[in-house]
Design a protein around this ligand. Structure first.
Ligand code: 1GP
Length: 242
């Protein structure tokens, strides 16, 4: 159980940390080996697995297959309880703090307990904030029936992240939504980073090395990239370790 320690160690050492997100619905098992080999050759530190609308039995076989081809920690980033499997290393136990839907603030967590009582997963309480993206509705918004936070309300975003920290959450995740047109702005990342003491994850809509670096420079400790790496071979090459 050392994913959170590892994250903190990397922050202490000033290392930027990249997570590649694999959505079980968007990859065939037969393509996993080739994709994971590309991840192995990149600067990625973690593999996140999850999606908003994953059918019940896709996650576990995917994690088993990923583990065959990498030593990177696999971290569940679940859209629902059914995506929890002990085959991963850790679980982001997410509360959707930007919304006011009790199911995603506490309901799903209670529902998950029978699966977590004897789990070997490292459970990492994570405050999750969905930030509005030019009025475009994201899948998270649709599935959770919550409103994202207006990107102009920077103070409210910062206060929400801090409330998560004071509630005992160990990570804060600023999310623009998978495939978002624009990532969370550096201004918002910086404002949150300035006041927050716990690690900050930023994801959604990051499609270039420049956008990734802008997020790191603004204070993101972990950047998550999914869609752009599914689609763009060149982007993978830019993130090569050697
Ligand atoms: C989505 O933050 C992640 O939940 C990653 O988003 O697919 O847009 O990279 P992308």
């Amino acid at each position: 159980k050392n994913v959170l320690n590892n994250i903190q160690h990397n922050i202490f050492a000033n290392n930027k940390q990249l997570a590649v997100l694999i959505d079980p619905e968007k990859i065939r098992l037969s393509d996993v080996e080739a994709f994971v080999k590309k991840i192995n050759k990149s600067v990625a530190n973690y593999i996140f697995v999850g999606g908003s609308t994953v059918p019940v039995d896709l996650t576990e076989p995917l994690v088993v297959e990923i583990n065959k081809h990498t030593n990177l920690p696999v971290i569940l980033f679940p859209g629902d309880v059914a995506q929890i499997t002990n085959k991963a290393n850790a679980l982001l136990f997410i509360s959707l703090l930007s919304g006011r839907n009790p199911a995603y603030l506490i309901g799903k967590h209670v529902e998950a307990i029978p699966r977590l009582k004897e789990t070997t997963l490292e459970i990492i309480p994570t405050g999750y904030l969905l930030i509005e993206n030019e009025g475009v509705q994201t899948m998270v918004q649709k599935v959770t029936e919550t409103e994202p936070m207006p990107s102009k309300q920077v103070e409210n975003i910062v206060n929400t992240a801090l409330a998560g920290e004071l509630l005992g959450m160990r990570l804060i995740y600023l999310e623009a939504g998978s495939g978002a047109k624009n990532p969370v702005s550096p201004e918002i990342i910086k404002a949150v980073r300035d006041d927050l003491s716990i690690p900050l994850i930023v994801g959604g809509g990051i499609k270039s090395k420049a956008q990734m670096n802008a997020a790191f420079e603004a204070g993101a400790n972990i950047v998550v990239i999914g869609t752009a790496l599914e689609k763009n071979e060149d982007f993978f090459r830019e993130l090569k370790r050697w």
